[in-house]
Design a protein around this ligand. Structure first.
Ligand SMILES: NC(=O)c1ccc[n+]([C@@H]2O[C@H](COP(=O)([O-])OP(=O)(O)OC[C@H]3O[C@@H](n4cnc5c(N)ncnc54)[C@H](OP(=O)(O)O)[C@@H]3O)[C@@H](O)[C@H]2O)c1
Length: 254
């Protein structure tokens, strides 16, 4: 993907990684459209950054995705990049259904069905553009599980495999599939995460991502250095140690 000259829609950019990426892409000469549910934030961002467009969208709702896609494509027919950023992460206890079922349904609807429906809404348009990209957002936790967030880990593993499969199917089109794999980054994704000193500072993460996009325009995955510990445990042969380190447990599962 080129670093400049694109028209980029980022559903899930009212805060965190999506917003920081939107601002960085805007600075690099891309037309950016921010999406999210929080109308007050969208209005505030429109005032603070008049060159950025905003659209209200709930990616857990099929009708909302359809309506937002129509609005975005009507206003921005040059759209050539979709970044399916919206996601939620929740702690669950799978010993009893009341500890996880409602949460798991929410997580799968937002993190898996949301990107699937977004691709459905944009894939035909993207194929009409000479150079287009679908950016999916998985996680280091797609490759190493965090014990307390089973649905989240599973949803991101699904996004990884979806990205691998889509890339092959769309290889006969102008559409590339690029998977962003963040490590733990300081955002409001989980309570306390913004102040977690073990998580990567957001500005450092975005700076490294922008450098990778610029220097590796044909990469299939965007991997900052910090995610490789989680991403390649199995390939390196130290998967049990990585799982133990992430979960603070004994490497033999005790
Ligand atoms: N931070 C990390 O450590 C980390 C690590 C790996 C992967 N990720 C992934 O990065 C992505 C961004 O997360 P973040 O860390 O930046 O957290 P964040 O600050 O909580 O941002 C989440 C964004 O998603 C939007 N969103 C959530 N549910 C939505 C829905 N139903 N419809 C539309 N927008 C929705 C939120 O906007 P509204 O609330 O306004 O709708 C917000 O803009 C997520 O997919 C997350 O899984 C994050």
């Amino acid at each position: 993907m080129d670093i400049t000259g694109n028209t980029v829609f980022i559903p899930g950019a009212t805060s965190g990684i999506g917003l920081a990426l939107a601002l960085a892409l805007n600075e690099r000469g891309n037309k950016v459209i921010i999406g999210g549910r929080r109308v007050a934030l969208l209005e505030q961002l429109a005032v603070e950054h008049p060159e950025i467009s905003t659209v209200q969208i709930d990616t857990a709702d099929a009708a909302s995705i359809e309506a937002a896609a129509k609005e975005v494509l009507a206003a921005h027919p040059s759209l050539n990049v979709l970044i399916a950023m919206a996601g939620i992460m929740q702690v669950e206890d799978w010993h009893k259904p009341e500890g996880f079922l409602a949460s798991a349904e929410r997580v799968v609807t937002t993190n898996v069905l949301g990107p699937i429906r977004l691709v459905a809404a944009f894939v035909e348009h993207l194929q009409t553009r000479p150079d287009a990209t679908i950016v999916t957002v998985s996680s280091g936790l797609a490759f190493t599980p965090l014990k307390v967030t089973p649905s989240y880990n599973a949803s991101k593993a699904a996004i990884h495999m979806l990205s691998e499969s889509l890339r092959m199917q769309l290889s006969d089109t102008t559409v590339k599939v690029l998977e962003l794999e963040p490590p733990s980054v300081r955002t409001a994704l989980m309570p306390g995460q913004e102040d977690n000193e073990h998580a990567m500072p957001l500005d450092e993460f975005i700076a490294e991502v922008m450098t990778l996009v610029e220097t590796q325009p044909d990469a299939r995955e965007i991997q900052v250095e910090r995610v490789k510990f989680l991403r390649y445990g199995e390939a390196r042969g130290d998967y049990d140690q990585v799982v133990a380190a992430v979960n603070g447990t004994d490497p033999h599962g005790k």
